[in-house]
Design a protein around this ligand. Structure first.
Ligand code: PHE
Length: 455
């Protein structure tokens, strides 16, 4: 009965668009370019691609297999595929993790709304350059405005989610992902024409294999993981909306290729602009909310209108890419409440909204009035980021790969991965994929996990 009511994505492209929408986000824009530049350029990108194929792809497939096999939310999937066992309790962790992530992610999404408004008002043209950096610190430490923006961001995600899987998530990603590519292409072409642009290109891709050490390999694996939205059930839940005749391997590769292309394009666009304005690159919020506005202010000295337009396009790109990721993070909780707690979709979305909004407000306030409140020396915002990306994501990925590798029947995994033996290529690579999921992924995640704890 519940099966019959469950929605499905409309086809192969729609699936890849939705998954790519989840994958493409702040991780591509503010982390990837910096990590590549710092850690050996093309050498890092090479390690990143290897890590994506041999580690992230098996985990992606593990999540996808659980999701599509069960056609259920994370908790329901575990109960369906391993009835009466403790796995479903463990899965609760992977439902909480995306909710913690979206709480602080939406604070950053909110900042991008504020900065979009600032670009629409051509503020970077009129603010003296020396004030641009302090403008950001001043804004995030205010109590009210960042919360208003966080509410607007999360509220937009909620509205999309309430519309459902097909008319909400699918429709939104179907038009927004192509638009994101067009926008980033326009920005990239423009950035490449800036004086000194080649320095930025060089920073990101100049190969330096001597930099590759264990720390860099861990960074590449962690980034590939985060960027592909793994370990927190988003791929599992999206795959539960995939119909039985689709090819999971194609969805996985399609998503990874879109994600990598976007990361490279965004990386070149951001870094060429940053270098041409003579700014030092960094990672995290500082890169897009301090360095980029400074770049726009510098550009505005010679071309105010173009600089204004490019800054608008930039912040639209950041906002939309964060929205599609935010939606996917919330959907994990919404699917759980709808299917396990029998809530109506609207009520479930509101419940998720209320919880993540509250935690997000506290995260936002941790830059201002609540800055004194520290957990192991971190502000609440930093703590939520740390615990989810170093801890919960790794636990989730471990859980999914162990479940597919050790708990599910091998014949069921085979059946799901090869569509009942009908996909010839998948049949041929099943052994290798199974080996990676069963042995390599848990082992490597264990290492990432321990290093995350120790570093
Ligand atoms: N992949 C997203 C990004 O790169 C972040 C994300 C992580 C989204 C986990 C969903 C789940 O920004």
């Amino acid at each position: 009965m519940a099966e019959a009511r469950r929605e499905h994505f409309g086809g192969r492209l729609a699936i890849i668009m939705a998954m790519a929408g989840s994958a493409i986000g702040l991780g591509n824009i503010w982390r990837f370019p910096y990590l590549a530049g710092e850690h050996g350029g093309a050498a890092f990108i090479f390690v990143y691609i290897i890590a994506s194929i041999f580690l992230s792809m098996p985990i992606f497939l593990a999540e996808a297999i659980i999701g599509r096999r069960s056609h259920a939310n994370t908790y329901g999937a575990m109960e369906k595929l391993a009835p009466g066992t403790k796995w479903k309790w463990l899965s609760i962790l992977t439902i909480l993790a995306p909710l913690i992530i979206v709480s602080y992610y939406s604070v950053v999404g909110g900042w991008s709304i504020e900065y979009l408004v600032k670009s629409l008002a051509f503020s970077f043209n009129s603010t003296p350059k020396e004030e641009i950096t302090s403008m950001f610190a001043g804004f995030i430490s205010q109590p009210w405005m960042p919360i208003v923006c966080h509410t607007a961001f999360l509220g937009t995600c909620a509205v999309i989610l309430t519309a459902g899987v097909k008319s909400g998530i699918e429709k939104f990603s179907n038009w927004s992902v192509p638009i994101l590519f067009v926008l980033i292409l326009i920005i990239l072409v423009y950035s490449l024409t800036l004086p000194g642009a080649m320095e930025g290109v060089e920073y990101m891709i100049k190969p330096d294999f001597s930099k590759i050490d264990s720390e860099v390999i861990l960074a590449a694996m962690g980034q590939s993981f985060y960027s592909l939205s793994l370990g927190v059930g988003t791929i599992l839940v999206y795959s539960s909306y995939v119909s039985k005749n689709e090819n999971l391997l194609v969805s996985g590769f399609g998503t990874a290729i879109f994600d990598l292309m976007f990361a490279l394009m965004a990386g070149f666009a951001v870094m060429t602009a940053v270098f041409s304005a003579g700014v030092k690159p960094g990672a995290g919020p500082g890169l897009i909310f301090e360095s980029l506005p400074f770049v726009f202010a510098t550009m505005a000295e010679s071309a105010p209108v173009v600089s204004g337009v490019i800054s608008i396009l930039f912040f639209v790109t950041i906002l939309v890419s964060a929205l599609t990721s935010g939606v996917s993070l919330m959907e994990v909780g919404v699917a759980y409440l709808v299917e396990e707690k029998k809530m109506r979709r609207g009520v479930a979305t509101f419940t998720v909204f209320a919880g993540t909004w509250t935690l997000g407000c506290l995260c936002s306030l941790s830059f201002g009035p609540m800055n004194g409140f520290r957990i192991f020396g971190n502000s609440l915002f930093e703590f939520c980021d740390w615990i989810s990306s170093n801890f919960l994501m790794a636990i989730g990925a471990m859980l999914f790969s162990l479940f597919v590798g050790w708990k599910m029947k091998k014949s069921d995994v085979y059946d799901e991965f090869t569509n009942g033996g009908t996909l010839r290529f998948n049949v041929r690579c099943f052994k290798a994929v199974y080996f990676l999921v069963r042995y390599i992924a848990p082992l490597v995640i264990g290492i990432i996990f321990l290093s995350g704890l120790l570093l």
